[in-house]
Design a protein. Structure first.
Length: 59
């Protein structure tokens, strides 16, 4: 009987730990994806501003 209770408690503990690990993993992956998107948009904005400012200084 005690072995069955221990098995059930270990299964519950494993499920809870896995739940938090998966949540952390998805949060980290979303942070990395957001960082890549922000870097890409920043490069686009930089080149757009550089083109606009270079065009106005030639006049």
């Amino acid at each position: 009987m005690s072995r069955n209770v221990l098995t059930i408690l270990l299964v519950i503990a494993a499920a809870v730990i896995a739940w938090f690990l998966v949540g952390f993993l998805f949060s980290f992956i979303w942070f990395v994806v957001r960082l890549i998107i922000v870097a890409f948009v920043a490069v686009l904005v930089y080149f757009a501003l550089r083109g606009i400012l270079a065009g106005s200084s030639r006049r």
